[in-house]
Design a protein around this ligand. Structure first.
Ligand code: PMP
Length: 380
């Protein structure tokens, strides 16, 4: 790892570590390398930092975002519309860290930001957005995506009425998958390709399997393109979609639990975003996950690996483990040196007040040590 002074916080977006999940692999009886791409170490704490930076910078280059005039309005995909965007964009008066490189010398440029987000989204996300200076508008979680009162409908209404309003639209913006094709994907490839200083003995030297959840689908589509075009055309890409969402393919997978609400944030939808590739050559296989198995996998990632990840990371891991146990995945699971990369999109600090997390953290069975502490402290 190199250490250097960065020009601004924007330079701390991405460059996240790929970490061995050896203890989980061992507990599950896997011979392959199970590797987690840990995105919460990015400056804003989420995989979404990357696309925010790319979309804003691309819109500036295209002249669509006008400093001092534009108001960035973005529907938050039942998830993080992430920090780099609101951090980069908020408030014209804010000093240089909020601006892109070209704007560093011009402290009077900048954008206001409005985020529309469903009530389901955590308070932590709203608080972080407000702290960064964004306006947040809550919308009913149960509203269909095309209803006027949904976060997408409200964003569209605001854009019409607010002068300078612009929606960068992560659902359709090609810079969403491109951010992953040019940053996240190459980082993963670089980490697994052997160099003279890394041993190749327990690694195939390539990404054999890549597993990720899909919200907009930008992450899985962009990383799949990077891996398949430049590195390993035979990599198996596995998509994870919560029960109640319709993103999985073939459609028959979406029948069980159709229409049900799920608690995990950031993945799944009730329409197909344009940036999600449904081409089986890009995403080879899909799996449906439940809240229960996602949260159980979060618990494992915390307890066994010490990784403070959020709910959708649990979905990705539980999907990966299920795939590795399936007919399709069992040979890879037992292949020493095969690299199975799981994308872990964000951290638990976004969900600290959520009942599912509080239950997991505070209502666990007391450990023998806790019982011992209690008996020491309650001795008369
Ligand atoms: N998990 C979380 C917490 C997210 O915020 C997102 C972004 N939607 C994802 C997973 C999936 O990312 P994408 O939109 O690129 O599919």
């Amino acid at each position: 790892m190199t250490h250097q002074i960065l020009d601004s916080v924007l330079d701390a977006v991405g460059s996240t570590p790929l970490i061995r999940l050896n203890r989980i692999a061992q507990a599950e009886g896997l011979q392959c390398n199970l590797l987690g791409k840990v995105e919460y170490t990015s400056a804003g704490g989420s995989v979404k930092d990357r696309i925010a930076k790319w979309m804003v910078e691309a819109a500036e280059k295209e002249g669509k975002l006008i400093p001092g005039q534009s108001v960035v309005i973005e529907p938050y995909l039942r998830k993080h519309w992430h920090w780099a965007c609101y951090g980069m964009c908020c408030q014209g008066q804010t000093p240089s860290f909020l601006h892109t490189e070209q704007m560093l010398n011009t402290t009077d440029k900048g954008y206001s930001v409005i985020i529309t987000m469903p009530n389901k989204m955590s308070l932590e996300k709203e608080a972080a957005l407000r702290a960064l200076g964004a306006e947040v508008v809550r919308t009913p979680t149960e509203a269909a995506w095309d209803a006027p009162e949904s976060h997408i409908g409200v964003a569209a209404r605001l854009q019409k009425e607010i002068q300078g309003g612009i929606i960068l639209d992560q659902y359709r913006n090609i810079n969403n998958p491109l951010a992953h094709e040019y940053t996240t994907g190459p980082e993963i490839i670089e980490a697994v390709v052997p160099t003279s200083s890394t041993s190749t003995s327990f690694s195939s030297g390539k990404v054999d399997v890549f597993v990720a959840g899909a919200g907009t689908g930008g992450t899985i589509t962009g990383i799949s393109c990077a891996i398949k075009k430049t590195h390993n055309a035979d990599c198996i890409v596995v998509g994870v979609d919560p029960q109640g969402s319709i993103l999985a393919y073939p459609d028959s997978l979406n029948v069980e639990g159709a229409g049900s609400q799920y608690i995990v944030e950031g993945i799944g939808y009730d329409f197909f975003p344009d940036v999600l590739s449904r081409d089986p050559r890009d995403v080879n296989s899909w799996l449906k996950t439940t809240d229960e198995e996602s949260f159980e996998a979060v618990r494992k990632l915390m307890r066994i690996e010490g990784l403070l990840v959020g709910g959708s990371s649990g979905s990705a891991l539980s999907g990966a483990l299920r795939w590795l146990k399936s007919e399709e995945g069992k040979i890879i699971a037992q292949t020493k040196g095969a690299n199975v990369v799981v994308l872990l999109p964000d951290g638990i600090r976004n969900y600290m007040s959520k009942p599912w997390f509080l239950k997991m953290a505070l209502e666990a069975e007391p450990s023998p040590l806790a019982i011992q502490i209690s008996s020491i402290l309650h001795k008369s």
